[in-house]
Design a protein around this ligand. Sequence first.
Ligand code: ACO
Length: 439
Amino acid sequence: MVGIIGMEIYFPRTAVRQSELEKFMGEKEGKFTIGLGQQNMAFCNDLEDINSVCMTAVANLLEKYNIAPTDIGRLEVGTETLIDKSKSVKTSLCQLFNSHGNFDLEGVDNINACYGGTAALLNTISWVESSAWDGRYGLVVCGDIAVYEEGPARPTGGCAAVAMLIGRDAPLAMGSIRASHMEDAYDFYKPKLDSEYPTVFGQESNVCYLRALDGCYRRFALKYESANKTPFNLGQVDSVVLHSPYNKLVKKSGARMLYNDFLRNPDLPIFKKNGEKRSWRRYLHTCSFPPLRYAAKVEPSVLLPQELGNSYTASMYTGLLSLIHNWHKPKAGAQVDTEEQAKGKRVLMFSYGSGLAATLYSIQVAGATGHIAQAANLEERLKERKFVSPQEFTETLKDRETKYGKFDWSPEGDPSELFPGTYRLTKVDKHGRRSYERV
Ligand code: ACO
């Protein structure tokens, strides 16, 4: 089966606490931590741009999985963090491969808000399945530096890049059923080419997200039922991983899937078990999720999205990595074979990009995944972060504003503050050419 063989994440070392940010921004206590459900937010200074962030993720994946750069035959990028209207991020990543003699590397960038990572993954899966496949691995990297201007959207920023090694006989096998929802919408977009910030109609984007979820879920259920001759509902999957702009929306979306199950089949035993059918109708309005259901199906995948914030194209894949981490986390006092427990698990993946493009697909655990959790080493790496004040975070974003789209400058940030092995920008020359080095 074709799918994901290995995963690596990069996130910046610097982060701001949402509990401090809500106070700093003059909001009532709990607005960002409970209202949005977010814990912390990763961000970077002028030392990093989208090229360097993706370079770090790719270089770390190759090293951790001991893959020679010449063993990669296709490299696709998903991002919406644009620093050039023509030159792809992929071409900047080529320096990691060209230096090893690999110039035969198909693929470029995929752009549509937070959906680009999924587009890159689906393309790369198709390449491995196709007659054009040359026997080498595919590599997908999705990453973004998500920043918003001052205002209600600012706490829903974030930053991360996820690199994924794609091939045959993969432990995370792609399911054959997919359902999409595509529309022309202006919920979140970036028409200001001289600014890093998007134009966003936040509440409308939430409505678009849920409408796309409904469309994908219903179509997925119909396709599943037609292929398997058996009814589909949330009970058929072990976990749900959703694109995570902020945790509250993810929670509501899990409930929304359940509500769709109710509309399609109100006689399912789960609805009888939890009381009157009538009470389920209120989920349409409140989108609340029975706590036990959330804990079982959705919560195991929310660690990184809550800690790092919205990393746009990488967001759902940070969720998948969180889920794998959770499967293999040592459970207090219990001696369990985590590989045995994870085997066969079915995961539903919902990818949403404003504008809008959305796809629901599934992954099945067909082999060992413990090595992915081990390589990612999430708990240790999260502990090594440096938390700064909301004031410093705000000044850093102001500084990024002054440098966005400018030529002939060198970053002033302190490279010793970065995680060891991080690529950093060293210069943007007078023609807009960028240079990098690894710290
Ligand atoms: N304690 C607890 N909860 C609180 C508090 C408080 N003190 N204050 C408010 N809340 C709750 C609200 O009741 C609300 O909960 P609800 O959604 O269950 O009703 C929640 O916090 C959010 O409050 P709002 O007033 O709705 O939020 P606001 O208008 O400030 O902005 C938004 C939220 C729209 C998400 C904004 O941050 C934004 O525009 N973000 C970017 C867009 C985005 O992420 N869209 C999602 C999909 S598209 C994408 O991925 C980019």
